[in-house]
Design a protein around this ligand. Structure first.
Ligand code: 5RP
Length: 296
């Protein structure tokens, strides 16, 4: 059994993890242009942090003792260009299409489809042995259930579970949700369970209506991602619901570091996760701290 409890907060058994791994396929994500500057003031409030290898090696404060869950799958990007493939597909699907505007629209649609499909085409980017050598607590691997490279991504997780276990690493399975999927309890229940069945020690997913069903169906502990930036009150509300409905914490990125007041926001999230603070009280805390942030 892997000891995932070693990254959980000792008092509550829950976790506030800061996600800063977005650049692995998105490049210089807003708020993470200079990851070191983003991370440094937030670390005091994190139980763990989840960076990419590059961020871990070059941007983390060297004196940091915060446990690290290292992003270990990737190889994709938000752009993909294979003109041969695009033209081949276009010639098949545009047969009989005389109108040039319609043909150009179809070209754009096919290009988008190829990008979306290729987003699920990940491999392992950091071996378990290297992760162990780097001294991290664990690694994360995405699974793309229902996507074109579903099988490969699930096998990435299964392999990392085998190899990570041998190195004493915690393995975080991430349910990556492609554009073609709906983030509902049915889909996330399927994806989280599949991640747990393939050896994830902790599963990262999204909050959704009916989340308690997702938790009930997944025997591994669940943390939630935040998803796209929403107003702080809304983010604190879904964090609170997720905790009430059985999540053990968050692995949250954009809703913290894209806030106008990231240090205030992470403290409010922390109060929700570790103190069961209500969303209203947490938002009030966020507002107070935003006006007069604590210095230490
Ligand atoms: C992709 C990821 C992200 O890179 C990231 O960790 C998500 O965090 P957030 O949605 O809270 O910004 O997991 O699958």
């Amino acid at each position: 059994m892997s000891d995932h409890m070693k990254i959980m907060n000792e008092k509550t058994g829950r976790i506030v993890m800061l996600a800063v791994d977005h650049g692995y396929f998105q490049g210089p994500t807003s708020g993470l242009e200079e990851p070191g500057k983003t991370v440094e003031p937030l670390l005091a409030w994190c139980d763990a942090v989840s960076p990419t290898k590059g961020v871990f090696l070059r941007c983390m404060p060297p004196e940091s003792k915060t446990p690290v869950i290292l992003r270990a799958s990737g190889g994709n990007a938000i752009v993909y260009s294979d003109p041969v493939e695009l033209e081949r597909e276009l010639s098949i699907r545009s047969a009989g299409l005389a109108d040039e505007t319609a043909r150009e629209a179809l070209r754009g649609q096919i290009a988008d489809e190829i990008v979306n499909r290729e987003l699920s085409n990940e491999s392992i980017t950091v071996s378990a042995a290297e992760a162990a050598r780097l001294g991290v607590a664990g690694v994360s691997v995405s699974v793309y259930v229902g996507a074109c490279y579903q099988k490969e991504s699930i096998l990435n997780l299964a392999r990392m579970s085998d190899e990570g276990r041998r190195e004493g690493l915690i393995v975080l399975g991430i349910t990556a949700v492609g554009k073609e999927m709906t983030r509902d309890a049915r889909y996330l229940g399927l994806a989280t369970r599949i991640a747990a069945e393939h050896g994830a020690d902790v599963v990262k997913t999204y909050y959704c209506e009916g989340f308690e069903r997702v938790v009930r169906g997944c025997f591994a502990p669940i943390v939630i991602a935040g998803g796209k930036k929403v107003p702080e009150r809304e983010a604190l509300a879904f964090c609170s619901r997720a905790i009430d409905e059985g999540a053990v914490g968050v692995d949250m990125g954009r809703n913290i570091f894209q806030s106008a007041h990231p240090v205030a926001m992470i403290q409010a999230v922390r109060a929700v996760v570790h103190e069961d603070l209500s969303p209203d009280a947490a938002y009030e805390m966020f507002e107070d701290l935003s006006v007069a942030p604590l210095t230490d």
